[in-house]
Design a protein around this ligand. Structure first.
Ligand SMILES: NC(=O)c1ccc[n+]([C@@H]2O[C@H](COP(=O)([O-])OP(=O)(O)OC[C@H]3O[C@@H](n4cnc5c(N)ncnc54)[C@H](OP(=O)(O)O)[C@@H]3O)[C@@H](O)[C@H]2O)c1
Length: 427
């Protein structure tokens, strides 16, 4: 078990870095809402960022949104800048866990991971960028293990619902679960909905650099994970899904990468049977397909050149048909939005060897919750932190760079998420 003793006399259980960002402000509200769930019912916490004035404003606005007179008397303010390593070190020395909301992570993430590892703070982020997540594992796994520090990426909507959803499906299955496909659908109310520019920027740079991911993966020198049971079927680039009764495409986010890393950990470290995974997203009917094709083609074309990337960055709404915007969704839009992950698993009932013929049992599970980016993400991130603070005996035996599934498979994170509106159920 990685020890928390080095950290126990630190002034703050949680420091939210990037609290002034669009997502950061909602993480601040969520921590304020759940502070009583901290160790001994008393969470000590701080907000951090590069401008004290902006951080004060965030606390004022959060107090207003929560209907509290003020938050300043219970929440400290720490000034830190990614470009100033000493300020990061000073921040990390004060925290048991840093919740890092500063992205795009490919530009700003590594100095924070480095400072956390060197100064003995655990780190939880909400990156959905496989290249960043996997390169942190490659470069910091050993140092984090040595220091007894947990670095846990992708702890927002990317990719807690998918990663914990596969684990939940496996745990509910009576026998050996061998394959799962997930189908994501999102809906919005009459006011519509959108995603903030911060994620759009992360996506632009991620796609522009996608070739590098293959060479990065070679550096791990991993053997292929064994295929247990029947091999999962690969779907096309666009198909009609009978499962969700609409057209679907392969999911382009970090979920497949994160789930695969979790399954590798569970197999290699805990000798558990690995589950194959396919991730898809519903796109609706024919008219949406035309929009998606058009937007996708423009995106692929423009993202390859720096001039094109500048245009994409300048006009997110135009290039994404309003799916991304510089302002982000309004609170009303967020209230009307929700997501739903449907998991379709198959495997072999107890007593039947997965080497013996076709799978003979199926399972359907669901993970559903509120608006993905700025309601579900703060809930997932904050509950990951609360779980880490309260259940250190159930975390991996050593520190390291982990996925949410690897970190929290043996904890009560799913129960905690259920209580906070991200619901896991068997159908
Ligand atoms: N996993 C998910 O589902 C999910 C959901 C939402 C967001 N995200 C990710 O979260 C990240 C943030 O998104 P966002 O929309 O909140 O972006 P944003 O509004 O642009 O926020 C960026 C934050 O980073 C801070 N920052 C920038 N440069 C910094 C530096 N040098 N030193 C310290 N802080 C610095 C900004 O501080 P200032 O205020 O001082 O500029 C701001 O607080 C993105 O990578 C996004 O993809 C993931």
């Amino acid at each position: 078990m990685a020890t928390f003793s080095t950290s126990s006399n630190r002034p703050y259980h949680i420091v939210i870095f990037g609290a002034t960002g669009f997502t950061g402000q909602f993480v601040v509200e969520e921590v304020a809402r759940t502070a009583s769930e901290g160790p001994k019912g008393n969470l000590k916490w701080a907000v951090a960022g590069r401008s004290k004035a902006k951080l004060d404003k965030v606390l004022e606005q959060a107090a207003e949104a929560l209907g509290r007179p003020e938050l300043q008397s219970e929440v400290a303010v720490v000034v830190a800048d990614v470009g100033e390593p000493d300020s990061l070190a000073a921040m990390c020395k004060q925290a048991v866990i840093v919740l890092n909301c500063v992205g795009p992570y490919r530009f700003f993430g590594e100095p924070v991971v480095k400072a956390c590892v060197e100064n003995g703070a655990h780190c939880i982020d909400i990156s959905g960028e496989p290249q960043f997540l996997e390169s942190m594992q490659l470069d910091y796994q050993d140092k984090a293990a040595e220091k007894g520090v947990y670095i846990v990426g992708s702890s927002g909507f990317d990719s807690i619902p998918a990663d914990m959803g596969v684990i939940y499906t496996r745990d509910q299955f009576k026998g050996t679960l061998t394959a799962v496909e997930s189908f994501l659908t999102a809906s919005s109310g009459p006011e519509g909905g959108c995603i903030h520019d911060g994620t759009w920027q992360s996506a632009i740079y991620g796609f522009a650099d996608s070739d590098k991911l293959r060479s990065l993966r070679k550096k791990f020198g991993h053997k292929s994970l064994p295929v247990v049971g029947a091999r999962i079927k690969r779907r096309g680039a666009l198909f009609f899904s009978n499962e969700i009764q609409q057209y679907a495409v392969p999911f382009m986010g970090s979920d497949p990468s994160v789930v695969k890393r979790t399954q590798r950990y569970l197999h290699d470290e805990l000798q558990e049977s690995p589950v194959q995974y396919g991730a898809y997203a519903g796109v609706g009917g024919i008219s949406n397909i035309f929009k998606l094709l058009f937007a996708g083609m423009m995106f692929w074309f423009f993202v390859k050149f720096s001039f094109g990337r500048n245009l994409l960055m300048k006009f997110p709404e135009f290039f994404s048909f309003g799916f991304f915007s510089k302002e982000g969704p309004t609170r009303k839009q967020m209230e009307g939005s929700s997501f739903r992950f449907a998991f379709f698993g198959e495997g072999y009932t107890e007593g039947l060897e997965p080497t013996e013929g076709k799978p003979n049992a199926k399972i359907r599970t669901l993970v559903q919750g509120p608006e993905a980016g700025y309601v579900a993400t703060p809930i997932a991130m904050v509950q990951a932190a609360i779980t880490m603070l309260n259940e250190s005996n159930s975390l991996p035996k050593t520190g390291g760079v982990y996925t949410p599934g690897a970190t929290f498979a043996k904890t009560t994170l799913i129960d905690r998420l259920n209580k906070h509106g991200i619901q896991f159920s068997v159908l």
